[in-house]
Design a protein around this ligand. Structure first.
Ligand SMILES: [Zn+2]
Length: 345
């Protein structure tokens, strides 16, 4: 089997410790690089995590239902509509969910989906049922866009949950994007998959990655059927990263309703872990080709986000923003062990 391309190297920092009579102290930092994703990170041996339950009340006070465009009072007046050629009535609806164009689009096809008119849902309330309609309405929209044949080949479902993750409104909402070209990161994943196949006589990168990770048993959280869950070797966030892969699903349209439900069941377990550990926010993306890409498997990532108190300091600093390396004081192998407990029921 061809090498996956995980690299690690350690460096040791030394100083005289002011909290221990200025005795010498050594700190080992592990530099990691994942060729597949291009993500470089520094895994730190000391653990930093939110010490207290976050105060979500502050956000609710600043952004009450009365001024929320996704709550019932303002919803019809303040949310954009599609033209009738895309959908009669201007919005996609499914159960309690709605999908409509983003008023501040990043792309020609950037939409917003709300799960319901419920203004706030805590991480512990993001159950599969609570998320069901929101993901279903995104799926309806993807099917409709495929029917319209506008040449979009790559799509994603994304989530900025709460302001520390870039959420502009606390009302839970997803965003979808479609493009004729993939986003920069998805392009990287696709290129890695193609390069791996051509260098290994046609082998599938994701299949080999999951096989290896399962065998190594260090970062493989669980397989829940079609979906495999991993703690990323080199995470994209300060609090680590959880990845999910749909085995042998090479296009968004390969996903069945049962596959989506399996995803939501797993997500709710991860969100519960975040809740218990005092996180309040995350970014999520599901990356999917809209036409079969034989070397690619539909997959996604969840990166927990948080503010560092007492100042509400950002969890993104110059190292990530300007050097493209992620400082991660949560060891992926430990994160995996913790999450395994949430998948054992
Ligand atoms: Zn609202």
């Amino acid at each position: 089997m061809k090498d996956i391309g995980f690299h690690r190297e350690t460096v040791t920092g030394r100083y005289l410790n002011p909290f221990d009579g200025f005795e010498p102290r050594e700190m080992t930092i592990e530099e990691r690089y994942d060729e597949t994703t291009g993500v470089a990170s520094r895994i730190l041996p000391y653990r930093v995590r939110p010490a207290q339950k976050p105060d979500t009340g502050v956000y609710l006070e600043k952004s009450p239902e009365s001024i929320c465009p996704f709550c019932p009072e303002l919803f019809d007046k303040m949310t954009p509509r599609f033209t009738p050629d895309i959908i009669e009535g201007g919005k996609f609806t499914r159960g309690s969910a709605f999908l409509f164009p983003n008023a501040f689009p990043y792309d020609a096809t950037n939409t917003v989906a709300i799960f319901s008119h419920r203004h706030f849902m805590g991480l512990d309330e993001l159950t599969p049922d609570a998320m069901h309609d929101g993901f279903a309405v995104c799926r309806d929209y993807f099917y409709r866009m495929a029917e319209l044949q506008q040449g979009y080949h790559y799509g994603s479902i994304n989530w900025n949950y709460m302001p520390p993750a870039g959420g502009g409104l606390i009302h839970p909402h997803l965003q979808t994007i479609m493009g004729k070209e993939p986003t920069s990161f998805m392009r990287r994943l696709l290129a890695s998959a193609r390069n791996y196949a051509s260098a290994s006589g046609g082998r599938n990168l994701w299949e080999d990655l999951l096989d290896r990770e399962q065998e190594a048993g260090e970062r493989f959280i669980a397989s829940t059927g079609v979906v495999s869950w991993l703690a990323a070797f080199s995470p994209k966030g300060m609090a680590g990263e959880v990845d999910f892969y749909f085995r042998e699903k090479t296009s968004f349209f390969d996903l069945t309703q049962a596959n989506v439900e399996e995803l939501l069941e797993g997500l709710s377990r991860i969100f519960l872990h975040l809740y218990v550990n005092h996180f309040m926010s995350f970014n999520l993306s599901l990356y999917a080709p809209l036409m079969p890409e034989k070397n690619f498997w539909v997959q996604g990532k969840i990166v927990p986000r948080f503010e560092i108190n007492p100042l509400g300091t950002s969890d993104i600093n110059y190292f990530e923003k300007l050097h493209d390396e992620i400082i991660c004081p949560i060891v992926p192998e430990q994160l995996c062990k913790e999450l395994q407990g949430y998948f054992q029921t």
